[in-house]
Design a protein around this ligand. Structure first.
Ligand SMILES: Cc1ncc(COP(=O)(O)O)c(C=O)c1O
Length: 374
């Protein structure tokens, strides 16, 4: 074995010893309590038929896009779609990226310059951390949803300052106090950027209402979660869009997705316009789950009204044991282990969907209650 292979092997051994070794698994046929398909769009035959219809109605079909957006991968169709999505979210402009990860990487690596400051909530998504790491800006994190901690960091900020939050946090499922965060951010003349990955769909067009809309510098909407397809858009001003086209390397140096991708996004938005029934069903399933779980101080349920509900087990071993217990009863749930979440907050993360049956939710909660109250 070469020195390089030995070093790879030792890193993997380290991971295995800490109980965090990752492996890919094929689909398992269990009842879905862990995907991001909150409204069932990804498995909707109606949405599939409308995407097929849209694709068939486009005269020039390319299996691949043949180049980056700046070369041969662009089309009037994509730019019109960006305008439509921006209008739906009451924004001036939008730029579609190949994924949410790419969108955050491109935005946060290109926008903040040397001497500027990025302040993120401590639970911010890895894609935002990675984007910030590629910039030369100063970086601070503030305590989760803690306005005093945010203000402390704002006092230390230099240059142009960007505060970044998620409207619904991906690991805890709780909401950001957006109006309060915006007030403090404005007090220090900083710009607020909001990642709406887990809010759009679940809360129809997200959690940024008309009163906050014009005050938010940029937002990220991803399409791989409740929208049931793939990709993401950065929404903001025309100026920001032009900037990203010129400087966001994850936009510039990659082949554009094929037409099917854009047609799917367009049809998913059409589907969302008529999805009030699914959204209400999801709300009811979330309430049912919260009513039925009997948590306790040792194993609390993190306060959340979103589709993401977490029971804290406080150790990797216990989180894995509960997940295994639920999986063996037919439910697809996953443990979230440290270091993905801080030590002591290891949990089982449950994603609820409009299509989960009441019976399945009741059975799931009975199993959880038995385990955590044993
Ligand atoms: C808050 C947040 N932002 C961005 C992303 C990345 O989006 P995508 O999966 O489209 O790359 C995720 C995905 O998990 C997320 O949870």
């Amino acid at each position: 074995m070469s020195a390089i292979e030995k070093s790879i092997e030792s890193k993997l051994e380290e991971r295995e010893n800490s109980g965090n070794y990752r492996i890919l698994k094929p689909e398992n046929g269990l009842i879905d309590f862990c995907s991001n398909d909150y409204l069932g769009f990804a498995q909707s035959s109606i949405l599939k038929a409308s995407i097929d219809g849209e694709i068939n109605s486009i005269s020039i079909i390319l299996n691949g896009s043949t180049g980056s957006r700046l070369l041969t991968g662009n089309s009037a169709y994509i730019e019109e779609l960006e305008k439509q999505i921006a209008a739906i979210h009451h924004c001036e402009a939008g730029l579609i990226f190949n994924s949410g990860y790419d969108a955050n990487l491109g935005l946060f690596s290109s926008l903040p310059q040397r001497g500027d400051t990025i302040i993120t909530d401590e639970l911010i998504h890895a894609s935002i951390i990675d984007g910030g790491r590629l910039s030369y800006a100063n970086k601070y994190t503030f305590k989760h949803n803690d306005l005093n901690s945010l203000e402390d960091k704002l006092k230390q900020a230099r240059g142009n300052c960007y505060v970044v939050v998620e409207s619904i946090y991906s690991m805890d499922g709780d909401a950001s106090p957006l109006a309060d965060i915006l007030n403090i951010t404005e007090k220090y003349k900083a710009a607020l950027i909001v990642d709406e990955a887990h809010a759009v769909g679940v809360y129809k067009y997200g959690l940024i209402d008309q009163t906050l809309n014009n005050r938010i510098f940029a937002r990220i909407v991803t399409f791989g979660k409740a929208m049931g397809c793939h990709g993401a858009i950065v929404l903001g001003s025309d100026l920001l869009r032009n900037y990203l086209i010129n400087f966001a390397r994850s936009f510039i140096y990659t082949t554009a997705p094929p037409m099917h991708h854009f047609a799917s996004i367009k049809m998913a938005y059409k589907h969302l316009a008529d999805a009030d029934k699914e959204i209400l069903a999801l709300r009811n399933k979330i309430s049912l789950f919260k009513r039925k779980v009997v948590s306790n101080s040792e194993h609390p349920l993190i306060s959340s009204d979103s589709a993401i509900q977490c029971i804290v087990l406080k150790s990797n071993g216990k989180a894995k044991a509960l997940a295994l217990n639920l999986q063996s009863s037919g439910f697809d749930v996953r443990p979230i282990l440290s270091p993905t979440v801080p030590t002591g907050s290891e949990r089982v993360r449950i994603c609820l969907h409009s299509f989960n049956t009441e019976n399945d939710i009741i059975l799931l909660t009975e199993n959880i209650n038995k385990f955590i109250n044993a």
